[in-house]
Write a protein that binds this ligand. Sequence first.
Ligand code: TNX
Length: 599
Amino acid sequence: MKKTILTTAAVLLAAVGGIAAKQIDIVPRPLFMEVSDSEEFRLSEPLALRVAVSELLPAARIFAGQLERIVSFEPDVVCGKAKKGAVNIVLDRKLAAEEYRVEVSGQRIDLTAGSPRGAFHAMQTLRQIAACCAGEGETVIPALRIEDKPFFAYRGMMLDVARTWVDAPHVKRYIDLLSYHNINKLHLHLSDDEGWRIEIRSHPELTEIGGFRGGDSPVRPIYGKWDEKYGGYYTQEQMRELIAYAAARNIEIIPEIDLPGHSRNIASVHPEIRCNYRPDTVSTCGYDYRSAWCVAREENYALLEDILGEICDLFPSEYVHVGGDEVDMSQWKRCPDCQALMAREGMDDPHRLEDRFMERMSAILRSHGKRTAVWNEAVRTGNLSRDTRVHGWESTRACLDATAKGYPTIVMPGEYFYFDMRQSPEEAGHNWAGIFDARKVYSFDLEGVGFSEEQRRHVAGLQGAFWSELYSAHEPERPDYLDYMLYPRVCALACLAWSGNGDGWVRYYEELRTKHYPRMEAMGIRYRLFPPRLVCRDGVCTVTADDGSEIFYVRDDRPGEEFRYTGPVRTDRPHLFRFFTRRGTGRSPYVADRSYYRT
Ligand code: TNX
């Protein structure tokens, strides 16, 4: 996880060509950076971004739009040979896929990358350089050389759009923000017990009915949405657009259809896919809560072929995720058909049924030219083929187990990377995997938690997750819930996955406060602040804010009133004090955090 930084990237420049000294800060810090004050390049009109191949056009156009906001004119984007006076973007296949170089001289700027994905990073680095060098008048960039590449090829985030519906414009914003953080995979959890979110043209009922719960839907209401029919879904057309939108920002969307458990939604629409027995529904007011596909029912595989066939055609990703988590096997134990199948095949454990089911999913995916990704439970027996990619979520132990068995593994244990967990005991969120903030995310160390060198070779990357059960419940009172849960935890994950945590927390925390907070504020991200720090001695507490901002408090004996904190408080008061900080931008005031602390 540690990486050598050859040269400090934050270089304080001497006055360049009469311009005041500027500091060039690239986040995350590149592997190598050298700045020279001998020459400079002016970003002045007219300016061309010259791309060597047309594949680079979409990302170059996005970059041109970003530059316009910095230099106040829009550069032309053209396809053609590198030239003097231009920003040239070329590919050099000798570099690794996401490896890139930025070279600025007095005559030209050259961005060189191993693939369009690397070129995207080169452009984003130049965007950051331009932003650092911008001021009154022309933007002047000193001669420099940067070499960079990421630590992990897979740097992901999972978003659960099944429990809480997140529409396409919001997913685009989510992609924009992730892309700024060099996250390159978006794992979309498209189906679960509570929702089916992707159109399947051969079975329109899956979304027309299963995309909505409550009201007259056969799918029960849940998660704060009790009184309304609630939901939505992406048409294939919309999803194609999202895929292209993400790809232009170097993000690959990896779809997940969660099987054979977590399937109550599709089972409510197609009850015949369930096991062959009548469940007792008296205690559940007539609702059939069974959530697993019957493994023995042959017709199920035709429906699954229809679904996965369309998913494979729609998504260009190499992998399709088919779930495999938290299967309630008691349904298979009660099913005469599943039992007969087990007896016929000499299986003594229902986990073999899951193996069987997953093997058939893999066969479908393979026939469509795809590879299989699953949650860690699916490889507990170790029977699935070793080209299956495992998402280790339950614990660090589960990730250790998957890598020990030789599976390529995405490391995302809940206790470090589940951003639906609460960030302090007083705040909103789940806590089954722990209570943690960005500091813990940043501290993750493969070696430190016990991965051997051999196991580390099987780690394909890191991923954070946001599960959305609580989102729909919190959304009405807190529309910024998603930002608040994700940021700055995503910043810490992104840093970890791109350049490691070798700097240590103290330095990274400084970077967060001085660089990421203002950046996120400018981007309109409603990030969480660390709660005020409370230091109590001899019954007197002093409170300080993470970013030096003002502190407010409420008292339980005077509800509805907010007070400005001005000095120490005594702990022997009969009241409960709750302290919080608040950040506002001039344009759009918002409360970034209301983390309560008791004295
Ligand atoms: C576990 S992670 C789940 C999800 C929940 C999540 C809540 C996984 C594969 N299953 O169904 O939403 O915990 O943190």
